[in-house]
Write a protein that binds this ligand. Structure first.
Ligand code: MN
Length: 508
């Protein structure tokens, strides 16, 4: 793709002349930065950059985000510094590019208990929702070419996509992207199941489509008779991974799946949505309990539509979804749709999770809302609000494992969190490859490396530096052991007392 072709994607209504100029310079900059670089597939690396930037444009993100997408791999891979980007493209673009690079340092190791921390860290490190969206577009393109990677790496990335990226896309309200990411990971992680589902679906879809083609004119006629002019009537096919998830809940019984295909009606406004629902229900009897009003009660991720399931033509159970063009756009673009509509055009400050218009994004914190009752979910959200972002930091081990710790933690707390032996023999610490004093306050995104020495022992003033009760109690035990040892050398003094005290204190 050449610059004139890329420029075609930038609608003048959304991107100012200033935006286009910046994007053009970023285009040239990235083209030079990745010159001669190849992907694992053998194609030019710049193709990947363009695919990511095009996806970011399709999501409707602002000019800064498009520039950042073009530059997203230049800091890491091509030895260009944040200062270079800042000089050329300004602070906002540099901030976004740096955000993507920071997120890239997080590695997923597939340990279930870490998944929650990892998702939260992802958000904390990204700082700006646009960074998350650029990363999602990056991952989408990487998933499309994943088959060329060695199996081990391929599986790790696919699992990470399923457990971290797809839930993120869902949380940001981008249903399409969530479905695509899952369906790209599905054949890699569960090849047999994928093939089975694909065969079953291929058998059913053509007939289903023929059936809905018969229903469509009946629906159109009924709507028009009552003065509703549909903008569009079509159908959507359920994503395969989500179908599989549902089948597992239904004992793999395909007969119980009623929404493999669903009719989708787009009408002018909310009033027409409800009118359409009424017309459908007067035509075909609805299944009890299957009418869902996500307009009055949107999903936590912002999704709005009316859903109903009816005994349709020939009594066949059929799902119908009704929405306005705006709701449709939101369902496809999620959070991005919210600021594409912003009056002033482009927010200068960047979209953060605490942006007042995006209150529901704060529910990102509530990763477990799908599990447990609504009341439990709410309580959980409350408990997270106290901790999340404000009181927690997410730091990395040198291998990229995420460690979730209270704000204000020091390298001493980190060392004891990893293992009491590491803490006890700690002699120094490096944060982001630089030596720091033990009292250094860690921040989110830091990579922390603890240097140990066999004969090193905790010193009493560590008690004043450590912040976590875990580290403090372990330091206390270590100091007591030292005391005890000293006591043994001089048996008449502290030995006995030390031992007695030890009995009541918690084991390290
Ligand atoms: Mn990339």
């Amino acid at each position: 793709m050449t610059w004139p072709q890329f420029e075609q994607l930038l609608k003048p209504t959304q991107y100012t002349a200033e935006d286009r100029d910046c994007v053009k310079r970023a285009f040239g900059f990235a083209e030079r930065a990745h010159y001669g670089q190849k992907r694992a597939t053998g194609e030019p690396y710049f193709n990947h950059i363009l695919a990511v930037a095009s996806a970011v444009v399709a999501l409707g993100l602002d000019g800064d985000a498009v520039c950042a997408a073009l530059l997203h791999d230049s800091i890491e891979d091509r030895g260009i510094s944040k200062a270079d980007i800042q000089k050329e493209f300004g602070g906002n673009v540099a901030f976004l590019v740096e955000g993507v690079s920071k997120v890239n340092k997080i590695k997923y190791h597939g340990a279930a208990r870490r998944v929650e921390s990892l998702r939260k860290m992802f958000l904390a490190v990204a700082e700006d929702v646009r960074v998350v969206l650029i990363k999602l577009c990056d991952r989408l393109n990487n998933m499309r070419t994943i088959s060329v990677l060695p199996p081990e790496k391929r599986d790790r990335i696919a699992l990470e996509t399923l457990e971290v990226y797809a839930p993120l896309a869902y949380r940001l309200g981008i249903g399409e992207l969530k479905g695509e990411l899952q369906d790209l990971a599905f054949p890699i992680l569960y090849p047999d199941e994928y093939q089975w589902i694909q065969r079953e679906v291929a058998e059913r879809v053509p007939e289903g489509k023929r059936y809905l083609e018969q229903v469509r004119p009946m629906l159109e006629g009924a709507l028009q008779k009552d003065g509703v002019v549909p903008i569009k009537i079509d159908f959507r096919q359920k994503f395969l991974y989500s179908l599989w998830q549902k089948l597992m809940r239904y004992e793999m019984n395909f007969g119980r799946i009623t929404d493999l295909l669903a009719m989708r009606i787009i009408v002018r406004d909310v009033e027409d949505c409800y009118k359409t629902l009424g017309i459908i229900h007067s035509l075909w009897k609805p299944l009890p309990g299957r009418i869902k009003d996500y307009i009055a009660l949107p999903k936590p991720n912002g999704y709005r539509s009316l859903h109903t399931t009816v005994f349709c033509l020939e009594g066949k159970v059929t799902e119908i979804q009704i929405r306005t063009p705006e709701m449709h756009d939101e369902a496809e673009h999620g959070i991005a749709a919210h600021w594409a509509y912003e009056e002033s055009g482009k927010p200068k400050t960047g979209i953060r999770a605490d942006h007042p218009k995006l209150a529901w994004v704060r529910q990102l914190e509530n990763w477990q809302s799908e599990i447990g009752s609504a009341a439990e979910g709410e309580a959980f959200l409350e408990s997270l609000k106290i901790d999340f972002f404000k009181d927690r930091i997410f730091v990395l081990t040198p291998t990229g494992e995420v460690i979730d710790m209270p704000d204000g933690s020091t390298p001493i707390d980190f060392a004891y969190h990893i293992h009491s032996q590491i803490g006890d023999h700690m002699m120094g610490a490096k944060v982001n490859n630089k030596m720091v004093p033990l009292s250094h306050t860690l921040s989110t995104g830091d990579t922390v490396q603890i240097l140990t020495q066999k004969n090193k022992q905790p010193s009493p003033d560590w008690m004043n530096i450590a912040r976590t009760s875990n580290a403090k109690s372990k330091i206390r035990s270590a100091l007591k052991r030292q005391e005890e040892l000293a006591g043994r050398i001089d048996p008449k003094s502290s030995g006995k007392a030390g031992r007695r005290k030890n009995k009541n204190s918690p084991r390290p």
